[in-house]
Design a binder for this molecule. Structure first.
Ligand code: PEP
Ligand code: CO
Length: 459
């Protein structure tokens, strides 16, 4: 049998004794237990070796040697588990990473919000329409989106369907990456058909051309093929580890590593609404060996953050903790410096990342949830500036995006307006950058931080 972990007061279910926020009320507790038991017997989705490699890379990013690109849907949908949707998401992330590699001159750690991003925190437990009140939709792992009682009642069997979809998604991503899809010698593999007509296409192609030339030059002078790190890129999975029965079921003690690992994903994060130091989520996360992230919003205080660091990374282990700040364009300059100072006072290493999406959500006059590209860009740029001014390193961005041609965020080079939102609004939760806006964001970061490409400005 498995040996006790270092912290003998912890096991994957100790969270159940704490207050758990953002969890649904299942009508049948026995059915939940039975699903958790089934999930616990199924093979893992990722391996501990991959998790530890990622943790080493995140430690390098903390030292300023790498940059983290994390992105994907706000919520994956079971129906959208299709080859096109997955390949397009991988393509846009690869395109962005090539632009960032070129602009920042650092290896990029690529992490998808995928293969498990199925559970969502909600601001209200219920939703009322025309006098009818039903449980809120909490993501496909919990219940279904249509507004009927049968769909909205939490259904534990959806955890099994989510596990299967996560495995199918990551299996396809791995097959594409292993098959050379991500080879830097062949960036034409990632050309999304519509990119050719994009106002930012030329800029992107200049970068790809410059990288191809550099690779050719390296191969010519060194007499070898630039395989290591170029032919094969690593790609990791992440999701908000919100639904603890699902996370618990995939948490295993590995004798050879002498520790517990969440094997449902490489890099789970704690959402802003579930970061209470005495809550169930923090209790669960303190016992796993994965690198983890915490979302930080305007309500976070210096003391709270320091307590989280003391609980979640008591040994100050490099690579363990990433802080994803999401203040909003208007609040970042005021809120971020205190967070940087608070962390500094602990002496513990963290990786700073910027989520320019969640602090910039607004509703149009007709009640459509959207985000303005200008605000997203402004928050990223302000974050870079604050870190630079304080002698700190912003080592990552975290974005909600899709490889599809949706119209959910306004602005960008094509100047999408509120009227355009009706055309292709597909998200069931938060508005995402479309492929073109996502690429433009990467180009702007590269342009502002590194060497300008061509004479064209991206703004
Ligand atoms: C999210 O990342 O989709 C999310 C809900 O973020 P936050 O916890 O920062 O609000
Ligand atoms: Co979101």
């Amino acid at each position: 049998m498995t040996r006790k972990p270092a912290q003998s007061d912890w096991h994957p279910a100790t969270w159940q004794a704490q207050t758990v926020s953002q969890h649904p009320l299942y009508p049948d507790a026995a059915a939940v237990e039975s699903v958790v038991a089934s999930l616990s017997r199924l093979p893992p989705i990722v391996t501990s070796g991959e998790i530890l490699t990622l943790k080493r890379q995140l430690a390098e990013a903390q030292r300023g040697e790498r940059f983290l690109l994390q992105g994907g849907d706000c919520a994956e949908n079971f129906d959208n588990c299709t080859s096109d949707a997955i390949a397009n998401k991988l393509k846009i992330l690869l395109q962005m990473s090539v632009v960032l590699l070129y602009g920042l001159k650092k290896p990029i750690i690529r992490v998808g919000r995928l293969a498990g991003q199925y559970a969502k925190p909600r601001s209200a437990d219920s939703e009322t329409r025309d006098g009818v009140t039903l449980p809120s939709y909490r993501g496909d792992l919990i219940n279904r989106h249509p507004f009927t009682m049968a769909d909205r009642v939490p259904d534990p069997s959806l955890m099994l369907r989510g596990y299967e979809r996560a495995a199918l998604t990551l299996n396809f991503v791995r097959a594409l990456v292993d098959g050379g899809f991500a080879d830097l010698h062949h960036p034409e593999n990632w050309d999304l058909a519509f990119v050719h007509h994009s106002p930012v296409a030329e800029h992107y192609h200049q970068i790809v051309h410059a990288i191809s030339e550099s690779l050719d030059f390296f191969e010519l002078v060194s007499g070898q093929t630039a395989t290591s790190g170029t032919e094969r890129v690593d790609f990791y999975a992440s999701h908000e580890g919100l639904h603890l029965p699902y996370e618990q079921a995939q948490t295993r003690f590995l004798e050879k590593r002498r520790g517990w690992f969440n094997l449902s994903t490489h890099f789970p994060w704690i959402g802003m609404r579930t970061a209470d130091v005495s809550g169930a989520h923090v209790e669960y996360y303190r016992g796993i060996q994965n690198p983890i992230a915490i979302k930080i919003g305007p309500a976070m205080s210096a003391e709270w953050l320091q307590e989280l660091i003391a609980i979640l990374n008591p040994q100050g282990e490099p690579g363990r903790l990433t802080l994803i700040c999401r203040f909003g364009a208007k609040k970042v300059e005021q809120g971020l410096p205190a967070m940087i100072q608070a962390v500094r006072a602990t002496g513990s290493p963290v990786l700073w990342s910027c989520d320019p999406m969640h602090g910039n959500t607004e509703s149009t006059a007709t009640g459509v949830k959207t985000r303005r590209f200008d605000n997203i860009l402004a928050e990223v740029q302000s974050s870079f500036r604050v870190h630079r001014d304080m002698g700190s390193y912003l080592g990552g961005v975290h974005v909600e995006l899709t490889g599809e041609d949706v119209t959910e965020c306004t602005g960008g080079a094509r100047g999408l307006t509120e009227t355009d939102l009706a055309r292709a609004y597909k998200s069931t939760v938060d508005p995402r950058l479309n492929y073109e806006q996502a690429l433009e964001l990467a180009l702007s970061i590269a342009h502002a931080r590194g060497q300008p490409v061509g004479s064209q400005s991206t703004r």
